[in-house]
Design a protein around this ligand. Sequence first.
Ligand code: DGL
Length: 271
Amino acid sequence: MNNNPIGIFDSGIGGLTVANAISKAMPKESLVYFGDTAHLPYGEKSKDLIREYSLGISKFLLEVKHCKAIVIACNTASAAAYEYLRDSHKGSYPIINVIDPIIEALVERPELNKIGLIATNTTISSGVYQEKIRRRKPSASINTLATPLLVPMIEEGYANDNISRTLIGNYLSNEALEGIEALILGCTHYPIIRKEIEEYYEQQVQLFDSTDILANKLKWILEKEDLLCSERSAPNSFYISDMNPHFAKSAERFFQESINLELLNIWKEGQ
Ligand code: DGL
């Protein structure tokens, strides 16, 4: 079991920011990544639909690819489908979402109490971050802002330019985020524009995203469950459910090294 890969999924390529952090923290582990590009964006879909997609992908990762653990590398799917997946697989595999490790990191910083959250519409309206912060950090207030244009902007390759600076500035100057001490980047696409957000706040606001925080948490879980791999046994593999000419190039930006994306439509009969 220890030599089996770690399964990671997202609606598309955003979760590659998480996969990259996992691969740096645990270079001996093999990864199987699935980006459900046929159904992108999840951020505008209903909870029921996201659950159905997430269940199909997790079955593929567990039953076909024999993964030893699953990472939901998408905030929207974590908000809509984490408990559902955990219950569907009856606790037999570690399943980790991107929201809880951020909440834990915030709990460890008692001096940060005015918290902002930017994320997709579905993540914000699920109320999952708000509820978890209310429960785990009752002294804190949370102000939220849906920022739906950031995902298409990043997917289209706009970062570190005038277009991204204008859009980021426009969102972050919204009065909902006034006076915050910490900002949760509640979408796995946003680490790509983390530097620009830091510059906007002139390093005065503490940012939390689910890259290194999640990788460290996963390492801790695998260690505890005695599931760490002692030697690299297979190369990483990357699948997407629909091909688009941009993806391969964007994927390299997200993963920070060249990768071979394979088209695999698990939704088509016979696959
Ligand atoms: N990467 C997804 C997330 O973390 C958002 C992308 C989408 O809307 O599909 O929420």
